[in-house]
Design a protein around this ligand. Structure first.
Ligand code: GLN
Length: 190
């Protein structure tokens, strides 16, 4: 099984390292042909407006939308979560997303003065809390009915699942352990 990491921009290397640590066969996805080789895809944090533009200029957007609509397992973190949502508040007018999660996100929704924060997060999928780093994180401001909340922080959902799609508004690739990545790999294998 090959796990793709969208490698156009942003924090893709840390994801690739976590996945490799877990024994996954990682492929960096930069061109449409790279997509053919992968069974699942991680979409990293970074800048969602830039990623949206690069997805178009690399001609990855449309084939990736087809794979996502066909049910490929995906894991989006931070900007990657923005790219997987149906509605984006405070985005660029031409910013596109894949609508895999029926959620609305507000970009940089935790405000400028607290652009970054770290917390220990209780989740429904781990025995102990996970260390969560939020960096100019999107805030989930609406949740569709088929979206399962796996963790909340400050009253907001921050780790969500919908079928084989997993999304985090924080950066699990910056945690000291790899439990959230393991959860994703388990969903790909099942
Ligand atoms: N604020 C960024 C965006 O809108 C996301 C930040 C991140 O991925 N760390 O894309």
């Amino acid at each position: 099984m090959k796990i793709g990491v969208l490698a156009l921009q942003g924090a893709f290397r840390a994801h690739a390292d976590k996945l490799s640590e877990l024994g996954a066969d990682v492929v960096e996805v930069r061109r449409p042909s790279h997509l053919d080789a992968v069974d699942a895809l991680v979409m990293p944090g970074g800048e969602s407006t830039t990623m949206s533009m690069l997805l178009e200029s690399s001609e990855l957007f449309d084939p990736l939308a087809v794979r996502i609509d066909d049910g490929m397992a995906v894991f989006g973190t931070c900007a990657g979560l923005i790219l997987l949502s149906t509605e984006i508040e405070d985005g660029r007018p031409d910013q596109r997303s894949f609508g895999r999660f029926d959620i609305a996100v507000q970009r940089n929704g935790y405000g400028r003065q607290i652009e970054s924060f770290e917390t220990e997060l209780e989740t429904t999928v781990t025995d102990d809390p996970v260390h969560a780093v939020f960096i100019r994180a999107p805030r989930i401001v609406r949740l569709g009915t088929d979206v399962e909340v796996l963790a909340e922080s400050r009253g907001d959902a921050v780790l969500v699942r919908s079928g084989n799609a997993l999304g985090a508004s924080f950066h699990p690739e910056l945690a000291t352990d790899a439990r959230i990545h393991r959860l994703f790999l388990d969903s790909v294998a099942s």
